[in-house]
Ligand binder design. Structure first.
Ligand code: ADP
Length: 410
């Protein structure tokens, strides 16, 4: 059996999915797992596609001290579990492809060096994404590795959506509105023709509402604008991130309050958003269950900002045909969906309450001017599709080269 591995590495965890690529045009999930507590209480867990436990092992902190060690441990587990199978390619989630990468790319030394240069653009994520790539390249130089970017799907934005009103030299060195969650939006865009063909060519606002939240305007399957910008801080309030903020607040914190850059970073990434507003938690389930006035305010603010951005992204597309909810909150919270839709009635949007409670996929009534959908996202599945496409192209070129047919120019 030929297998693909998808890797999504964080600061203290490494998630992975294994796919078989037998005959089907798209990869089929075989198992998924993660190593968490890296460097503290490392634990490797894995389940098959039906949810049955395949592994649950704990390790000492020094046995899996960093992400590279976690990658090595996952590699050893895969070799044992899938002995006799052939790992042909590994797909990686990478936060930042900078201005350069608008599509997935096969990783080699030049690409790794280029991705290294984008570390300052995503200092909290990019280093963790590159580490397993480097360790796999050293240990298994023959395995094809594919970098799939959170930014790539947004690279076709019109210039007015890609710019800040700042001098050109800053734009040229990379201070741009990149947008993130691109793998999630691309997955949704690819599913629309089968799930909701009537809107696939239309103007669609997708709300990716999870612990990180953003929204994307997709017209005829292509991203035209997003609520996130230079970093994954902008736009909607998130679990612990602030969302849209006047940069004057940062200046005030630095000059009047004596905050250091690290203090500001900690505030904006970890002490803000739903947690900051409520003073209680970043989990929407707990906020919904709480009777506390601050919990109510946090949710009111979240719903208000999502509804406001629907208007903004509709304006970016000169109209809106459909609204799609996805990710942890978007897929699982009928209450948040209902509240966002109630605020969006001015668009002629009418929700079907029973369909909303049942979870969709279509949750608007037939005469609604804007149809509303719930479509589960699958970022790992998107990475697997990209990795398979890149690997097949790579293999095709290699076998042509072996046949004596010259490789097409890149
Ligand atoms: P990520 O992949 O970014 O970690 P998810 O997309 O899994 O995040 O979303 C996680 C969030 O989804 C949780 O913080 C929680 O607030 C929210 N969530 C999950 N299930 C529900 C639910 N039934 N109702 C409301 N919110 C939920």
């Amino acid at each position: 059996m030929d297998l693909l591995l998808v890797v999504n590495a964080g600061s203290s965890s490494l998630k992975f999915c294994v796919y078989s690529i037998a005959e089907a045009p798209t990869p089929a999930l075989v198992s998924r797992g993660q190593v968490d507590g890296i460097g503290t209480h490392p634990r490797l867990r894995a389940r098959d596609d039906g949810g049955a436990t395949l592994a649950d092992q704990t390790f000492g902190p020094t046995e899996i001290a960093d992400v590279a060690a976690a990658m090595g441990r996952v590699g050893a587990w895969l070799r044992e579990k899938y002995a006799g199978s052939n790992l042909v390619a590994v797909g990686h989630r990478v936060a930042h492809g900078g201005p350069r990468y608008s599509a997935p790319v096969i990783v080699d030394a030049t690409v790794l060096a280029a991705l290294e240069r984008f570390v300052p653009l995503a200092p909290l994520h990019q280093p963790h994404h590159l580490r397993p790539m480097r360790s796999l390249a050293e240990r298994y130089p023959g395995v094809v590795q594919v970098a799939c970017f959170d930014t790539a799907f947004h690279r076709g934005h019109p210039e007015v959506a890609d710019r800040y009103a700042l001098p050109d030299d800053l734009y040229k060195e990379g201070v741009r509105r990149y947008g993130f969650h691109g793998l999630s939006y691309e997955y949704i865009a690819r599913r629309l023709p089968s799930v909701a063909p009537e809107i696939a060519r239309g103007a669609v606002v997708v709300c990716h509402l999870g612990s990180g939240s953003s929204m994307c305007a997709i017209k005829a399957g292509r991203s035209v604008d997003s609520t996130m910008g230079f970093t994954a801080l902008d736009g909607l309030p998130m679990g612990t991130r602030c969302g849209q903020l006047d940069p004057g607040v940062v200046l005030y914190l630095l000059t009047e309050k004596g905050y250091s850059a690290t203090d500001v970073e900690h505030l904006l990434y970890h002490r803000a958003g739903l947690r900051g507003l409520s003073g209680i938690t970043n989990d929407v389930r707990d906020l919904l269950a709480s009777g506390d006035a601050h919990a109510r305010l946090a949710l009111d603010y979240f719903v208000y900002r999502v509804a406001r951005e629907i208007g903004s992204l509709a304006a970016a597309m000169n109209g809106i045909d459909a609204l799609v909810f996805t990710a942890g909150i978007g897929e699982n919270s009928p209450e948040i969906r209902a509240r966002v839709c109630a605020r969006s009635r001015w668009l002629g949007l009418e929700m079907d309450e029973a369909a909303n409670r049942a979870g969709g996929p279509c949750i608007s009534i037939p005469r609604s001017a804007v149809s509303v959908w719930v479509i589960p996202t699958d970022e790992e599945g998107m990475i697997a599709e990209h990795t398979l496409e890149a690997w097949r192209t790579h293999e095709g070129r290699r076998s042509h080269a072996h046949d004596g047919v010259p490789e097409p120019a890149a």
